[in-house]
Design a protein around this ligand. Sequence first.
Ligand SMILES: C[S@@+](CC[C@H](N)C(=O)[O-])C[C@H]1O[C@@H](n2cnc3c(N)ncnc32)[C@H](O)[C@@H]1O
Length: 258
Amino acid sequence: MRSVGRKSISASATPRALMEEKVLANVWTARVLTLYPEMFPGPLGQSLTGRALKDGLWQLALTNIREHGLGKHRAVDDTPTGGGAGMVLRPDVLDAAIRAAPVTGPLLYLSPRGQRFDQAMARELAAGPGVTLLCGRFEGVDERVIEAHGIIEVSLGDFVLTGGEIPAMALIDATVRLLPNVLGNAASTEEESFSHGLLEHPQYTRPNDWEGRKVPDILLSGHHAAIEAWRREQAEEITRARRPDLWADYQARKDAKG
Ligand SMILES: C[S@@+](CC[C@H](N)C(=O)[O-])C[C@H]1O[C@@H](n2cnc3c(N)ncnc32)[C@H](O)[C@@H]1O
C-alpha cells in the first residue's frame, strides 16, 4: 500500500514521490484502490483541497491494484463468464488488494449501479474517520467480491464513465471541503446548495452595474433580514422551477414541522 500524506505535496512533487509518505493516524483518510494511482492527487492537490492535504487536514492513501495482479504480467482482469464484451476485474485480485489496504471508514465501489452520491452522504463521510474507495475499470468488478466484503456501490450520476477515478476524486472533493478548517468560512457550507434542501440563491459581486445589468437593489440596502428573506425566496423559486424532486421533499419537511 502506498500513501499520500502530510508534508508530501508541493507544486513540484511527482505522484511517485507523493506516494512514498506514511499514513498518519487520526487524520481523515481517503484510501483509493485503483489501477491508475498516478492519477492522484490530480485536481485534489490544487486549491483548497491541495492546501488542506499539505496542512495535514486530510490524507490520501493509494493501493495499486496492479501490484496484486497474477503471474508475470500481473493480470487483473478476465473475460466475462457467460460471454459478452470487455473484461471484468477478478475477485481474487481485488480481494488481495482490499486485504492489503487497512480499510478506513466505509468501503465503497464507485459504480453507475450504486446509490446516488449526494451532499448528505458527503456530510456523513466527513463526520467519520475517512472512506475507502474501489475504482472499477473495463466492465466493472466480479459481483462476488462486492458480496464478500459487503461493499456499498455509489454512483455519481446516470451516465457511464471509463473508470471510477474521476468519481472518486469528486466524492473526495465534496467530502474534504466539509472537514473542519478546510474552508476559511464555514458558513459558506451552511448556506450553499442542498444544505437546507434548496438550491442556492443567485450570487453577485462588483461592479454593481455591469453592461447595464444591475445587481438587485435589495442586496445594496444593508438590511440583513430583508436580504436573507429575498435570498430564501429566490432559492425556493429556483428549486421549484429546476428540481421538482427537491421541492417536493422540502415542502414535505416544512409540512411535517407544521
Ligand atoms: C465502463 S464503467 C463499467 C460500467 C458497467 N459495465 C455498467 O454498465 O454498470 C467502468 C468503471 O467506471 C466507474 N464508473 C462509471 N460510471 C460511473 C458512475 N456514473 N458513477 C460511479 N462510477 C462510475 C465504475 O467504477 C465502473 O466499474
